[in-house]
Design a protein. Structure first.
Length: 89
């Protein structure tokens, strides 16, 4: 599991992105890049990292299920993800 400080930092970045979303859109529409540079760094949506909702792992993230491949495999094997079955042919 990821350190809670990393998870909390990512949550803080998400809140900052939402807070400045309207301001960023307005500045981008005007083409005011100096104004954009005055905003906090974490106001940019590219600073937010996709993390597993269960473990907080950032690598091997599956967007459709919002979890890492390891957690996905465990939960799918246990039958905890509806509609997902192990392939066999």
């Amino acid at each position: 599991m990821a350190k809670t400080s990393w998870i909390n930092r990512n949550d803080r970045k998400k809140k900052t992105v939402l807070k400045y979303a309207a301001v960023r859109a307005e500045l981008k529409a005007k083409g005011d890049y100096v104004g954009l540079s005055q905003l906090p760094r974490d106001a940019s949506p590219t600073r937010v990292v996709n993390r597993c909702e269960v473990t907080g792992r950032r690598r091997a993230y599956i967007r459709r299920f919002h979890m890492s491949r390891l957690t996905f495999r465990e939960m799918a094997s246990q039958g905890m993800i509806p509609g997902v079955t192990k392939a066999s042919w």
